[in-house]
Design a protein around this ligand. Structure first.
Ligand code: SF4
Length: 350
């Protein structure tokens, strides 16, 4: 278990371990529930705040444990109302979350990070260029929700309504902490957030998609598809070499059969690369095996000149070709582009 300044991070203990700890300290059982609530629901950063615990217990806990919390380092607001939040972790690493408000639909979507950087190096993505620095802990993922939810209430008088695991990092490569963070956010003694409003976005790791279907069948899944044939997908997503489209489609079929969650294909429109009508036909063929919605995304250049965004007329023609085959398709115009909070732009420019 990681130790911080010789004291242990108490948020790494499971519920059972907290029960055992309380018992070992000679305290009645109900103290475990109180302690758990302070750590996970009431947002305590110091044991001193836990005023319904005896002073002697608080002192003993403070001698052995710490409660590391992420801290807001920088807040940026886009002209369209999107917020980007940069958080500093206890070891000075920086991560980013994004809050995307769509007030007219009462929809306030939080995009959380699961890793510092990312190991997958997708060519169109700024985070991939950082490489992987480390995994986020369960507490660091949950804290993003807690702090952004507070900001959302303050600015919009509304709580976060949707969470997408689509910030920095590949959530299925920090699998255990991703699943555990969802359990904490969704549980009645956590934040009681409906898993149906949670979406995990993956670059496509077939084995982990099957595992997710077995472990957490109520969340939604978004596959960052971005190309409808292996040749093109290999060019932009290195992960496709070991998880090709056949393997991914079989895994998604399994997910669709087992899970109640919805599946979405995310597809960034890249000029003259994946935006022709032939591409649309190939994409339509992938949509036949299970119910799936296609989300066409406007590309946000990351400054390396590798790709350009598709013309609006191309995007519209592509969407129309899918719709003609009775495929549900939406076009996502970019949000927060002026503050580098748009899809694929999170990379701690500092
Ligand atoms: S798109 Fe996602 S998986 Fe690919 S490099 Fe960026 S963060 Fe990693």
């Amino acid at each position: 278990m990681p130790v911080m300044a010789e004291r242990t991070n108490i948020r790494l203990l499971s519920r059972q371990q907290i029960r055992d700890l309380v018992e070992e300290m000679g305290q009645p059982r109900f103290r475990a529930g109180q302690l758990y609530q302070w750590i996970w629901q009431r947002g305590a950063a110091h044991f001193e705040e836990m005023t319904n615990l005896p002073k002697s217990l608080r002192t003993q806990l403070a001698q052995r444990f710490v409660i590391p919390r992420i801290r807001l380092d920088k807040l940026t607001r886009s002209v369209d109302g999107t917020f980007k939040l940069r958080f500093r972790l206890h070891d000075d690493h920086l991560i980013e979350s994004v809050l995307i408000p769509v007030a007219k639909d009462n929809r306030y979507t939080l995009c959380v990070s699961t890793q510092v950087g990312c190991s997958l190096h997708c060519t169109f993505c700024a985070t991939g260029k950082m490489g992987l620095r480390r995994q986020l802990t369960v507490g660091e993922i949950v804290d993003q929700y807690v702090l952004v939810n507070r900001l959302c209430q303050e600015h919009y008088g509304h709580p976060v309504t949707n969470i997408v695991y689509m910030g920095m990092g590949e959530p299925l490569l920090n699998y255990k902490n991703t699943i555990e963070s969802i359990a904490r956010i969704a549980s009645p003694d956590g934040y009681h957030f409906s898993p149906r409003r949670i979406t995990i976005s993956t670059a496509g790791i077939a084995k982990q998609i099957r595992r997710l279907a077995d472990d957490s069948p109520r969340v939604n899944l978004a596959l960052s598809l971005h190309a409808a044939d292996d040749f093109k997908r290999n060019e932009i997503m290195a992960i496709n070499a070991s998880n090709n489209l056949d393997a991914l489609m079989a895994a998604l079929e399994y997910f669709a059969g087992k899970s109640k969650g919805h599946i979405t294909f995310e597809y960034i429109m890249l000029k003259d690369f994946n935006d022709t009508l032939e591409d649309a036909t190939r994409l339509a063929a992938l949509c036949r095996r299970f119910p799936v919605k296609v989300n066409l995304i406007e590309y946000n250049p990351t400054g390396d000149g590798l790709f350009e965004k598709s013309a609006e007329s191309r995007v519209n023609a592509f969407a129309a070709a899918l719709a003609a085959k009775r495929i549900t398709v939406t076009v996502r115009r970019s949000r927060g582009r002026d503050i580098d909070a748009a899809c694929g732009q999170l990379a701690n420019k500092r």
